[in-house]
Write a protein that binds this ligand. Structure first.
Ligand SMILES: [Zn+2]
Length: 377
């Protein structure tokens, strides 16, 4: 009964996801400059057209992910290359269309098309030239995650132990103002708590957290959002797009995965292997099989419940991080065909049709539209 209802909702509603790492996955597969990338068949990754159709996914934001070691020109060039890759994807698969606003997504949805909007994950691509912001907006980028694993020229990172700016740099402050002016959404995932607070003092538009979960589920994990931050996002009328990763929604999984990563890293150094070696992946998988660190679908539902109980259902959406988490997704949420399981879980927990529709796309689109309103470009 619930399954049928979930299936119906998944077809009736747009399903938007704030963060899918498909471009970087395809880069890792050696397809960066490939003109024709066919995704009309089942791939080994978390995302392809058959899986997206099964799950009812219509609006996956493509993360233009820039690794922290790439700086200035290299970061700028890499962002351009990944944007070109997304454009090639759209050209080579009839099912895909570009989208620069919620209006575009709705139009594509009516035409049975999957939209591929884009966000840049790591503001290092902007360098120190603020005009690059408008340049990337004109290339179709609609949000920027200000940093990634390390502090950068804009702000501090949640993952970096030594903070450089105690929040936003002066350049970061001007950038945030300019983002507001031109209609580029500010993504607060990955940044430090102080950087977050600085943004909240400055921004006059609602923000997104493109792939973060509540910190209360993973105490001490600064990459997730504290209750105070969740409350501030709700006051700002922003949206928290829930990260599905096991380490983001379950404290035991978080500890086990960080243990696995530490053991694997030691082993890699001993074996003198490269960071992206296949042998390392196999070794990691063997540890994963032994320790069974996976979270459950219920943990992701708990993450949604927590935000709902704290601030209500107007500030929740999906930001799975599919194709960016390797072998660490919860059971029954392994790829983009699984949104139906999540919707079924929400129905079972008593969420109304109206609530589920908000979570699937309406909340996120409210924020996106608010950013595009009165923008000067
Ligand atoms: Zn990320």
């Amino acid at each position: 009964m619930n399954k049928k209802k979930a299936d119906k909702f998944s077809k009736e509603f747009i399903i938007a996801d704030g963060h899918i790492d498909l471009p970087y996955r395809l880069y890792k597969e050696g397809l960066l400059y490939e003109k024709n990338i066919n995704l009309n068949y089942e791939t080994k990754g978390n995302f392809d057209i058959p899986k997206a159709e099964k799950g009812g996914l219509n609006c996956p934001f493509m993360a233009i992910y820039i690794p922290s070691e790439k700086l200035e020109e290299e970061a700028y060039d890499f962002a351009n290359d990944l944007i070109d890759l997304v454009r090639n994807l759209i050209k080579s698969n009839e099912k895909f269309s570009s989208a620069y606003s919620p209006k575009d997504v709705i139009k594509n949805f009516k035409n049975n098309q999957i939209s591929l909007p884009m966000g840049i994950e790591n503001g290092s691509a902007i360098g120190t030239n603020i005009d690059n912001l408008t340049y990337f907006f004109n290339r179709g980028i609609r949000y920027i995650t200000l940093t990634h694993a390390k502090n950068n020229q804009i702000c501090d990172s949640s993952y970096d132990k030594e903070k450089k700016w105690s929040g936003l740099s002066d350049f970061g402050k001007s950038l945030v103002r300019k983002m507001n002016d031109i209609g580029m959404m500010i993504d607060v995932s990955h940044i430090s708590d102080d950087a977050f607070l600085d943004i909240m003092m400055i921004t006059n538009k609602p923000v997104i957290a493109s792939h973060s979960s509540p910190r209360v589920l993973t105490p001490g994990f600064e990459r997730n959002l504290s209750d105070k931050m969740i409350e501030l996002i709700s006051k700002n009328k922003g949206v928290i797009l829930i990260n599905f990763g096991s380490s983001f929604v379950n404290s035991k999984s978080n500890k086990l995965f960080s243990q696995i990563n530490k053991i694997a890293e030691k082993w890699r150094v001993k074996k003198k292997l490269k960071k992206n070696s296949e042998e390392l992946e196999k070794y990691k998988d063997s540890l994963i099989n032994k320790l069974n660190p996976f979270a459950e679908l219920e943990d992701v539902l708990d993450a949604i419940d927590h935000v709902n109980n704290l601030v209500g259902d107007n500030f929740i959406g999906f930001g799975s991080d599919y194709d960016g988490l390797g072998n660490s997704l919860p059971k029954n949420l392994k790829d983009v065909s699984a949104y139906i399981n999540l919707i079924e879980g929400l129905i079972k927990r008593g969420y109304s049709k109206e609530s589920i529709e908000k979570i699937c796309y309406k909340n996120f689109f409210r924020v996106w539209n608010a950013n595009l309103q009165n923008h000067q470009i």
